[in-house]
Ligand binder design. Structure first.
Ligand code: FAD
Length: 563
């Protein structure tokens, strides 16, 4: 059996190695158009910033090492330009000398990935505008920085690559402005959770311009600037364009393969395309969203690796199926870790799922053990069924662990209430006897059982200020005087029983505290006295983070000034 694989990185290299492990006799050829195989895409921004110092660390394998271990023929700087599914051949261009030849396959795997979106805008071809996809791009950016010592950079796009690049340029002492068309960074997160990401970027000196479109680039002699819609221009020394990726499927089109979302390759759960004996994996393919069941594009390394393995299994006669992606991801943002899995509230709404949420601020480990760090955790579930839909966490230590626990629960089809039952490891340096994931489960159980009712950030502006409801802040007097929501009166939770007479009977009470815990206790006390009570999801800490974010983002948009 002769297998040809196009693209020799995450999906392609995984598939090649798996085929060899399953079939010692298969003839395997990998064509890769860049100069490197199996490189660490995810590590590229960290080489730019100097966190990864040795460029050899970026290339996990070489054609020689791959051949030595797997007897796989890897040809770098070879671009496959066409597929003929009738003759079962590929046309290959040897990029160093322009030679063109054909090669025959029994099975073909396309793992051509996704390319950075580069709209046709003025000045986009300037030597000062960079995109980041592969090792060559990385070396190009690094060389430019070393030879030109840029003082200012504009990063266009606030997704994973934009944020990681912004952080790494900042690390080099470059003043970074990040421009994002949407009103928030990191689309997989809801706007409320993105507020924490914005704060961390700003805290580390990155200027954020949100809700603003880049229209083009202008270069005149030594001067260079990025132009925004509305007339503003930002003078800088370089720009990184990171406004997203699009499936790289021009090759698949030559084979007449059925396409899906945004020109991606449509595959079934065995990673087979519509053309016999042609498989496709990775960023180039359309997959199923594990939560919604709808077609999705998820450009992440984990799915690409899994799909490569599944394609290889099926090619070698071992039945294997891909159940879909849930978009589990994690990112380092300066001192913060932000992670998510499943769908966010926005997607739930768009998909017509009636979702509810809990927001909590637990410590990563026992509060009495030194060094505890607060995280903000949002868990989303379907109303009524309590089906777990997704989670987002922003914090530092322990965020990655909690998101992975929830990712597993989601994959296993657990209900959100069942998070309470998970038997998780505990010792003070690592967690609490009630782990944050358990805590989320406890709150959701309380909601299910009617022990607690919630009110949300979105409702604050519509709360009646006419005295028909009681607005109550149950923090200490000192906390209250440090900042509170207009119209809320202060009765600390520990004084509530004595001062219960101050609360007018017959009116609903909307309660808030710092994290949601004291207001929960207050809710229970008030319920015991017959009040109808609503507890604020997330606490004042959460409220304040979003409010400040709105104020800062608004100012940046209105004044066009740095924030
Ligand atoms: P790729 O790994 O991109 O490989 C595709 C290869 O195909 C490319 O090398 C390309 O040169 C080659 N190719 C394309 N067309 C042809 C052709 N016609 N002929 C021959 N060769 C061709 N994911 C995460 O999960 N976590 C992260 O932290 C993360 N960080 C990232 C950081 C950066 C800077 C980038 C660029 C990506 C990051 N990703 C991350 C995404 C992850 O790298 C991709 O999801 C994954 O590599 C996709 O695998 P793939 O095999 O589909 O494509």
């Amino acid at each position: 059996m002769k297998v040809i694989i196009v693209g020799g990185v995450a999906g392609g290299a995984t598939a090649a190695a798996r085929i060899r492990r399953l079939d010692e006799k298969a003839e395997i050829t990998v064509y890769e158009k860049s100069g490197y195989i199996s490189y660490a895409n995810c590590g590229l921004p960290y080489y730019i910033g100097g966190e990864i110092e040795d460029k050899k660390q970026l290339t996990l394998q070489t054609p020689e090492s791959f051949f030595a271990r797997f007897r796989i023929d890897v040809r770098v700087k070879h671009e496959v330009t066409a597929v003929d599914p009738v003759r079962k051949t590929v046309t290959v261009k040897q990029l160093e000398n322009g030679r063109i030849f054909r090669d025959k396959y029994d099975k073909l795997i396309i793992s051509t990935g996704a390319k950075p979106v580069k709209p046709d805008m003025a000045g986009v071809e300037s030597g000062k505008v960079f995109t980041l996809r592969n090792v060559e791009d990385t070396f190009g950016i690094k060389e430019y920085i070393v030879s030109h010592s840029p003082g200012r950079a504009v990063v266009v796009g606030g997704g994973f690559i934009g944020i990681e690049t912004a952080e790494n340029l900042t690390r080099l002492g470059i003043k970074v402005t990040l421009v994002e068309a949407a009103a928030q960074l990191m689309a997989p997160f809801d706007a409320d959770m993105a507020a924490f990401i914005h704060a961390e970027m700003r805290r580390n000196g990155v200027e954020l311009i949100l809700g603003s479109m880049v229209e083009g680039f202008h270069e005149d002699g030594n001067s260079f600037s990025v132009r925004l819609r509305g007339g503003r221009s930002i003078a800088c020394d370089m720009a990184i364009l990171a406004i997203g990726v699009t499936p790289d499927t021009s090759l698949a089109k030559t084979a007449g393969i059925e396409l899906g979302l945004k020109g991606s390759i449509a595959v079934n759960d065995r990673m087979e395309t519509s053309v016999p004996d042609i498989y496709a994996v990775g960023d180039a393919v359309q997959i199923k969203n594990f939560v919604t069941g709808k077609p999705a594009l998820i450009s992440l390394a984990g799915p690409a690796n899994k799909e490569g393995r599944i394609a290889a299994d099926n090619i070698c006669g071992k039945e294997s199926r891909y159940g879909g992606g849930q978009g589990s991801s994690v990112i380092k943002i300066f001192g913060m870790t932000a992670a998510c899995t499943g769908i966010n509230e926005r997607t739930a709404k768009e998909t017509g799922i009636d979702a509810d949420k809990v927001i909590l601020s637990p410590m990563n480990h026992a509060g009495y053990y030194p060094g505890g760090k607060i995280m903000t955790m949002k868990v989303i579930f379907e109303k009524g069924t309590y089906r777990l839909l997704g989670a987002q966490i922003a914090g530092s230590d322990g965020v990655d662990k909690r998101i992975d626990v929830i990712a597993v629960a989601l994959r296993a089809g657990m209900k959100a209430t069942e998070l309470a039952e998970l038997d998780l490891a505990y010792a003070p340096p690592y967690s609490s006897a009630k782990d944050p994931v358990n805590m989320a489960g406890y709150i959701i159980e309380n909601i299910r059982d009617g022990i607690v009712k919630q009110w949300y950030y979105e409702e604050e502006s519509v709360l009646p200020g006419d005295g028909s409801v009681t607005l109550l802040d149950t923090r200490t007097a000192a906390e209250y005087s440090g900042g509170h929501i207009e119209g809320f009166r202060n009765i600390p939770v520990d004084e509530l029983r004595e001062r219960i007479g101050e609360i007018e009977k017959g009116k609903p009470v909307y309660v808030i505290c710092q994290s949601g815990l004291r207001s929960y206790i207050a809710s229970r006390i008030l319920s015991g006295y017959g009040f109808e009570v609503y507890n604020f999801a997330g606490g004042f800490r959460f409220y304040d983070a979003i409010k400040n974010d709105h104020i800062l983002s608004q100012k940046a948009t209105e004044c066009g000034k740095e924030v």
